[in-house]
Design a protein around this ligand. Structure first.
Ligand code: ADP
Ligand code: MG
Length: 153
């Protein structure tokens, strides 16, 4: 298990960190993004997508639930906040998204529960009231290839 912590001091730094990770990852990855509203999950995704060399506009999939980026799609970006339970997720074809060999970015992933998706990276973004432009980003993975890439950043 690798755990890595970084601090970003601005929105730009979080974007840049997402971007450098997107550049480092050259295989399909499942990213679980934890953190409160406004923590920077979507901003991180913007950077990540840019880092993968996809210049599509990245917006929050709050209402669409899933956005696709790239042509053919290289990334599916989910925001599961509005879903009631995992049944809703599977009814919208989550299995098919998983099986396409694309990278998945998942905001509000809790309803997925225990899972064995691989390779997987879990990211938590934390903010504190007294430092509004700062985020602590904690990254965890059990996957050796992902750990290697994180260590190379
Ligand atoms: N260091 C930082 N990292 C990320 N976002 C930051 C940071 N400092 C301030 N912000 C602001 O916090 C907000 C994050 O929004 P967003 O990425 O949509 O959050 P989430 O998707 O987690 O709800 C943006 O308005 C961003 O400008
Ligand atoms: Mg968001």
């Amino acid at each position: 298990m690798l755990e890595k912590r970084i601090i970003t001091k601005s929105s730009q730094e979080t974007f840049d960190f997402g971007k450098s990770l997107g550049e480092a990852i050259d295989f399909p990855l499942i990213v679980f993004l934890q953190g409160d509203m406004g923590a920077g999950k979507t901003l991180f995704c913007k950077g990540f997508v840019a880092g993968m060399g996809i210049d599509d506009e990245v917006t929050s999939p709050t209402y669409t639930i899933v956005n696709e980026y790239g042509n053919p799609p290289g990334i599916f970006h989910f925001d599961l906040y509005r879903l009631k339970d995992s049944q809703e997720l599977y009814e919208m074809g989550f299995e098919d998204y998983l099986n396409q060999g694309c990278t998945l970015l998942l905001e509000w992933p809790d309803l997925i529960g225990e899972n064995n998706f691989e390779p997987r990276l879990e990211i938590e973004l934390k903010s504190q009231i007294d430092t509004p432009d700062e985020r602590e980003i904690v990254l965890k993975t059990n996957n050796e290839k992902v750990a290697q890439r994180l260590n190379s950043l």
